[in-house]
Design a binder for this molecule. Structure first.
Ligand SMILES: NC(=O)NCCC[C@H](N)C(=O)O
Length: 412
């Protein structure tokens, strides 16, 4: 029987996916807070929600069951009972800066006075100071944070469900993320896998948990097939975390035998590997030409384990050659975002033109605004399903970032 988490490729038919419908959190902040919250603009919420519903509907119309993070988290907490809800809240408050003290108690009381669903939505949206009839008297609050509007910051990046955790085989990596703005997010997935009746006690693995110090994010983790994973060495994922997860996957006999580390530029536009490179068919990939040097060169390291259990590294700069080798293929089609025009490539990559979600081999979901890259994909024989994107793209993530596959059919 297929497990409730089962992902052995990037392209097998997508049976079950987890999304997060954008809520109050995507507009509950000031322009000043944007850089810290990793946003370049403030989306117009009603339209962002319509666009997201259009995305979910496109997936459903193509045979994918859509689950929502906010609902799964609520159900998991309710299934766990009061002690689990309290422990979750305790951890969330600790990670929000209130390990103890009067504000810990005030916020705990406020949030526990709500239904579980309201509490989850409120934690995601953020807690404004003016919601509580409480004025903190400590020096930090009075002298340094007096004008700051929040007790608990919103989590506007939650609709990028891809990043806090990644499905790998019959398990997850639950990620220690890079920036404080996103670090609390993975607590939801940890709670879901531990307490939600659909996932708890189903023999699922946590290959690497969130209590790690080295950082990794799901946008960098690509399951190329049932034995090979590609991971970006990026702004968000450290080489040390890649070595760590490689060791764990090899030790825990996950079935994965090779980890391909690909070093990409470290900047906001290309924060994860999936913003510049995605797998969309057995032998086809999108690639932002801006990451490749002359002759398609980019640093890659194929990591394997030797007979003594030590990691072995094989360095190569020819991406095509490496992909052919690890996938056992004679040819690879690297499809350039923007069709190779550097201006269009940069513009469409900025709006996630390389960030495609494969829902079956050769069938991809993309943002409609990247019309040139979409045509290039069609010219290469792909079926392209376009979704609305004016507001969603302001968060700097596309269809792959906005989806966490839970079950994909195995490739034949
Ligand atoms: N996989 C992805 O590339 N996710 C997009 C994340 C965008 C979000 N604003 C972030 O900076 O983390």
């Amino acid at each position: 029987m297929t497990k409730p988490i089962h992902v052995t490729s990037e392209i097998g038919k997508l049976d079950v996916v987890m999304l997060k419908r954008p809520g109050a959190e995507v507009e509950n902040f000031t322009p000043e807070m944007m850089p810290r919250l990793l946003f370049d603009d403030i989306p117009y919420l009603p339209i962002a929600q319509q666009e997201h519903d259009n995305f979910a509907e496109t997936l459903r119309n193509n045979g994918t069951e859509v689950l929502y993070l906010e609902r799964l988290a609520t159900e998991a907490l309710d299934a766990g009972g009061l002690s689990v809800k309290q422990a979750f809240l305790d951890q969330m408050l600790t990670e929000s800066g209130y390990a103890a003290g009067i504000l810990h108690h005030v916020l705990e009381e406020y949030l526990l006075s709500m239904t579980t669903s309201e509490m989850v939505v409120k934690i995601m949206a953020g807690v404004r100071k003016n919601e509580l009839d409480f004025v903190p008297r400590d020096l930090v609050s009075a002298a340094e944070e007096h004008d700051y509007p929040f007790f608990m910051d919103p989590m506007p990046n939650l609709y990028f469900t891809r990043d806090p955790a990644a499905s790998i085989g019959d398990g997850l990596s639950i990620n220690h993320m890079t920036f404080p703005a996103r670090q609390r997010e993975s607590l939801f997935m940890e709670t879901i896998i531990n307490y939600h009746p659909r996932f708890a006690n189903q023999g699922l693995h946590v290959w690497r948990d969130r209590d790690q110090t080295t950082r990794i994010e799901g946008g960098d983790e690509l399951v190329l097939n049932d034995t090979v994973i590609a991971i970006g060495v990026s702004e968000r994922t450290a080489a040390s975390a890649i070595e760590d997860i490689a060791r764990k996957l090899f030790e825990k006999q996950s079935g994965f035998e090779k980890v391909l580390a690909i070093r990409i530029p470290h900047n906001h536009a290309m924060m994860h590997l999936d913003t510049v490179f995605t797998m969309i068919n057995h032998d086809q990939f999108t690639v932002h030409p801006g990451i490749l040097g002359e002759g398609g060169q980019i640093d890659t390291w194929t990591i394997t384990e030797d007979a003594e259990g030590e990691l072995q590294l094989n360095h190569d700069r020819d991406l095509k050659r490496v992909l052919k080798e690890v996938l056992g293929l004679s040819e690879i089609d690297l499809i350039p975002t923007g069709g190779g025009d550097p201006l269009i490539a940069d513009r469409e990559q900025w709006n996630d033109g390389s960030n495609t979600l494969a829902i079956a081999p050769g069938v991809v979901v993309t943002y409609n605004r990247n019309y040139i890259s979409n045509q290039v994909l069609r010219d290469h024989g792909l079926k392209v399903l376009e979704v609305l994107s004016s507001e969603l793209s302001r968060g700097r993530g596309g269809p792959r970032c906005m989806s966490m596959p839970l079950v994909r059919q195995d490739l034949k």
